[in-house]
Design a protein. Structure first.
Length: 148
């Protein structure tokens, strides 16, 4: 490689690295709750912006998360695979304050991707799948799923 090309390549690589770091810091920082067993139930909700029952369920999920924070965590997975800024924009438009996972955890949980929305996977504190809830849930139905 000639010297001129090398001089141009180095700044380009440095700029790319800086942009990659900036992009990561702009995305919501969500620790992977699937590997952080903290003794609470984990509810993984699959949703989509075009799914009316999903949108109706969001306030119930958020209320449940607030009321049962000592016993359960709720995270959301965008069914359409939105990530980064697109995911953050959807969440902002819809008033979603719950943590979003950037990738589908189905394989990690030993289950398949849901075919119906909304779907909520209920993972027991010991890591086993406790229930698969299909359709919009309420605070009461979610509490019943974790034995409250």
């Amino acid at each position: 490689m000639n010297t001129r090309r090398a001089r141009l390549l180095l700044p380009c690589l440095a700029l790319f690295a800086l942009l990659a770091c900036d992009r990561e810091s702009a995305a919501p920082a969500v620790p992977d709750p699937l590997v952080q067993g903290d003794g609470r139930w984990l509810l993984v909700n699959y949703w989509a912006e075009w799914c009316k029952p999903c949108l109706e369920e969001i306030p119930e999920l958020q209320a449940f998360a607030a009321q049962h924070a000592a016993r359960a965590r709720v995270v959301m997975v965008n069914f359409d695979g939105a990530t980064g800024d697109a995911l953050a924009a959807q969440a902002a438009r819809l008033g979603i304050t719950l943590p979003m996972l950037e990738s589908d955890p189905a394989a990690q949980l030993g289950t398949t991707r849901p075919q119906v929305l909304p779907t909520t996977l209920v993972i027991a504190p010991d890591g086993r799948l406790g229930a698969t809830l299909i359709g919009p849930q309420t605070v009461a139905s979610l509490a019943a799923a974790i034995g409250d």
